[in-house]
Design a protein around this ligand. Sequence first.
Ligand SMILES: NC(=O)c1ccc[n+]([C@@H]2O[C@H](COP(=O)([O-])OP(=O)(O)OC[C@H]3O[C@@H](n4cnc5c(N)ncnc54)[C@H](OP(=O)(O)O)[C@@H]3O)[C@@H](O)[C@H]2O)c1
Length: 367
Amino acid sequence: VTFDLVLVGFGNVARRFVSLLHEQRAELQRDYRVETRVVGIATKRHGQVYAPNGVNVQNLLRLFASRSSTTPPYVLAGFSRTSRSTVDFIRDAVRRSGAAARDGRLVVVETTTLDVTRGQPAIDHIKVALAGGAHVVTANKGPVAFAYWTLSRAARRARRQFLFEGAVMDGIPIFNLVRETLPLVKVRGFRGVVNSTTNFILTAIEQGQPYEAALAEMQERGIAEADPSLDVDGWDAAAKTAALANVLLGARLTPRTVERQGITPTIAKRAIEARSKGRRVKLVVRARRKGSQVVARVAPDELAEQDLLAGLEGQQNAIILQTDLLEEIAIVQRGGSLTQTAYALLSDLVTIARAPAPVRRPSRATR
Ligand SMILES: NC(=O)c1ccc[n+]([C@@H]2O[C@H](COP(=O)([O-])OP(=O)(O)OC[C@H]3O[C@@H](n4cnc5c(N)ncnc54)[C@H](OP(=O)(O)O)[C@@H]3O)[C@@H](O)[C@H]2O)c1
């Protein structure tokens, strides 16, 4: 089967996704009978392109890599600058790919920038894609943090899939783990460390590095968000918490309804003192059911040394799921990279190719 892909956003993640698709094409074809073709790309500032017979993305990636021409790669690759909105571009691209949409072979890959205040315009991108008969995969946590129920209902109605494995801990399976491998198990709550920048800062501080220098290092390495307040003020962690709680606990949270406290340079004293007593300060996220509600918070916590979360160094992340039948299940991410995020999108694509996938409807805590 050839899947036609419309890429909404063509930044670091989307470009790595396209190159990973190319690297894995033999395995995709052999193991899943899947071939792919990119038929459309939308960006914010560099225009849009739609080509029913496929965009030459390998050439586009080469143009990005070589930078030999003064003409931007987008122009060379035939992107047109237009005032048309991305929503209109998607509506049009999906309509023009009507045959693929009808056959369930059209996938919109949403990787635009995170908007932590409303999750927009990514939510609208996904709505219009599903309404036109496309599946949607995304690494953007905004839509699942703000509109999980609306979008999953829209997907069910359209008989299409809305998948977002890359929204939390890159390609490490969390949503897949629960959906695919834990039938009947109820997740009652979770705890975790899910923001790499703040964990790196806290580890560096314990070793005597100044807060600002550690943050600057994360920015240089491209790990911190473009606006680092999203990391240090706890917004990124709150968005991931809302996403996890909505999907795994049936909550109706948004990042704004997660109680949130980030870290500031004054955390240094507390982190160093804790370390000297064999304890460690971590930015911990947690959520649990409380009656018919789900309560969630992000805050720096002082943890005992034997706590699994206390052992996380540098950029490492972990989530501990509290379940009824299996007690605690912990999953640790030792290193994150663009490849892992791109892999999340690839694994979502394979899930679609294996359809009909089981649709797990968590019991809703807050109807
Ligand atoms: N980087 C990671 O390691 C990582 C890990 C997990 C999740 N994520 C999530 O994945 C998403 C993409 O991350 P990234 O690192 O690839 O970001 P990025 O490099 O900044 O790329 C974002 C892309 O989205 C485009 N865009 C933004 N608003 C748009 C709009 N309204 N319409 C069309 N295109 C729009 C941008 O267009 P221009 O090119 O014109 O600017 C750009 O191509 C984010 O939501 C991020 O939170 C990233």
